[in-house]
Design a protein around this ligand. Structure first.
Ligand SMILES: *[C@@H]1O[C@H](CO)[C@@H](O)[C@H](O)[C@H]1NC(C)=O
Ligand SMILES: *[C@@H]1O[C@H](CO)[C@@H](O)[C@H](O)[C@H]1NC(C)=O
Ligand SMILES: *[C@@H]1O[C@H](CO)[C@@H](O)[C@H](O)[C@H]1NC(C)=O
Ligand SMILES: *[C@@H]1O[C@H](CO)[C@@H](O)[C@H](O)[C@H]1NC(C)=O
Ligand SMILES: *[C@@H]1O[C@H](CO)[C@@H](O)[C@H](O)[C@H]1NC(C)=O
Ligand SMILES: *[C@@H]1O[C@H](CO)[C@@H](O)[C@H](O)[C@H]1NC(C)=O
Length: 421
């Protein structure tokens, strides 16, 4: 049986939760006029000889009327054009109505202590479409921060924005940017191939200040790889997804309420996902995560949609060569590992099942089978039942084992949705 979560609220376990109420009351006084929403498919053509630039203004009010999402890209030559690449971090949904969501996600985890991590999500979503958001917010624009410290303390904060501005284009020096005004949260892509991002946090309300820098060789990870003549962006029915930096090197330098959090990261990525219908109409369960284990960069996604169909997306790169980028269910399995005498290891999972880790198996064809164990060491977010996000160490091995066995270790950030009662 499939029940909707009634009113899950993300930050149950969190040590600190900034209530939005007073902050929002003062923000709303300066709420700007709702800006016109350009369709993502019709780029504002401030064209010049160097190409096109675009600027989207996303209003904070829920929009009425219709919406639609971009779920595919024409790729006749089995390659993304530079233009299509640069469109990947633009809004993918027109009109943020009650039924849709679209957001930008950035995370980083320390390579020396997986308990140190940061996740920033810039939402454009109604709480109806993504019920983990605060239903009492009257802005669809929310800047969320989770920061976890080595001693296990997790800070979580969110503030609503009055207007979001997302720019991009072909002739800009900084390829693209996003500003959730006036939260103090913004991002900039510092390269035209979307291989570097910087997220800036300057929030007095949260007492947070600093930056997160992410960089990698350019190699976006799309749900099924890039295929001719059409590349899909749909990872689940009605849910789009683009791993723009599937595995970045990160530098985090932030101060949270007076406490510094500074680290260099392994396994990191930036991506966003979007939908043209509410999340719980699409998903029964899903496991998602990413990390580095030895020389391998890995991204896993293994879920079950509401028609009971398994959906998979897998990515493995080694030394910047992509070895696997597939949505074939044969390419990857992800299974929960539970403590004895708990339902944590049950598959398919049900609401309330809490694993202590995950067993991953990537089929790399001629290269062998990459087996990885992810340990859920630090709980970063949970609502106690439907949603968990963890960080923790990875260990792995490549089979068949060779004499010169590599010791594969690393860190990861990963999550579980289990919505079936
Ligand atoms: C967005 O909403 C406007 C006004 O309601 C409507 O004219 C437009 O067609 C919608 N765009 C899409 C892509 O649905
Ligand atoms: C691509 O997406 C558009 C709009 O979402 C849709 O109308 C079209 O049928 C899709 N094409 C393919 C080949 O999937
Ligand atoms: C953990 O570390 C953070 C950051 O230094 C600090 O604010 C917090 O009080 C510490 N918590 C405990 C339980 O020591
Ligand atoms: C993808 O979307 C789901 C909900 O649609 C969200 O819970 C999850 O955190 C997202 N993952 C990332 C990496 O943005
Ligand atoms: C397993 O849990 C049940 C119910 O909580 C308890 O009665 C039983 O003793 C537990 N068994 C073990 C081996 O811990
Ligand atoms: C591999 O890792 C294990 C566990 O961390 C360690 O005990 C072992 O010595 C390592 N082996 C090599 C060859 O580094």
């Amino acid at each position: 049986m499939y029940n909707h979560p009634t009113r899950p609220s993300l930050p149950v376990v969190l040590a600190v939760l900034m209530l939005w109420g007073p902050a929002f009351a003062s923000l709303s006084q300066s709420k700007p006029q709702a800006a016109a929403w350009p369709s993502p498919f019709q780029v504002h053509p401030r064209a010049n000889s160097a190409g096109e630039n675009w600027e989207y203004s996303i209003p904070s009010e829920v929009q009425h009327g219709s919406s639609s999402a971009r779920f595919n890209i024409s790729t006749p030559d089995t390659a993304l054009s530079q233009h299509d690449l640069r469109m990947l971090d633009a809004p993918q949904v027109a009109n943020i109505t009650e039924a849709v969501f679209d957001w930008w996600y950035f995370d980083a985890v320390s390579e020396t202590n997986p308990k140190e991590s940061i996740v920033v999500i810039l939402f454009s979503s109604s709480a109806n479409a993504f019920p983990w958001l605060d239903k009492d917010l009257d802005s669809v624009l929310v800047a969320y921060l989770w920061a976890s410290f080595g001693n296990g303390t997790v800070f979580a904060h969110y503030v609503p924005a009055t207007l979001a501005t997302v720019t991009g284009g072909d002739d800009t020096v900084h390829s693209s940017s996003g500003d959730w005004s006036s939260t103090g949260f913004s991002w900039t892509s510092r390269s035209r191939d979307l291989s570097q991002y910087e997220v800036r946090l300057e929030s007095e309300k949260m007492h947070v200040k600093g930056r997160v820098a992410l960089s990698s060789p350019p190699a976006p990870h799309l749900p099924c790889g890039i295929n001719s003549p059409v590349t899909t962006l749909e990872i689940f029915p009605h849910i789009g997804w683009a791993g723009i930096i599937p595995d970045a090197t990160s530098t985090v330098e932030i101060t949270v309420q007076g406490s510094p959090l500074t680290f260099q990261g392994g396994g990191i990525m930036t991506k966003f996902n979007w939908s043209d219908r509410p999340f719980i109409e699409s998903v029964q369960s899903w496991y998602w995560g990413h990390g580095r284990v030895g020389p391998y960069s890995i991204v896993w996604f293994d879920g079950i949609d509401t028609t009971n169909t398994p959906r998979t997306s897998s990515y493995v790169a080694r030394d910047n060569v992509v070895l696997l980028g597939s949505c074939s269910t044969a390419s990857l399995t992800v299974r929960p590992v539970g403590a004895s005498n708990t339902t944590g290891g049950r598959y398919p999972p049900q609401a309330g099942d809490i694993p202590i880790g995950f067993a991953l198996e990537f089929d790399l064809g001629n290269e062998g089978i990459l087996k990885v164990h992810a340990s859920a060491e630090a709980t970063l977010v949970n609502d106690g039942r439907y949603y968990f996000r963890w960080s923790g160490p990875l260990t792995g091995e490549l089979l068949p084992a060779s004499d010169q066995k590599e010791n594969l270790t690393g860190v990861a950030v990963f999550e579980q949705f289990a919505l079936v009662e």
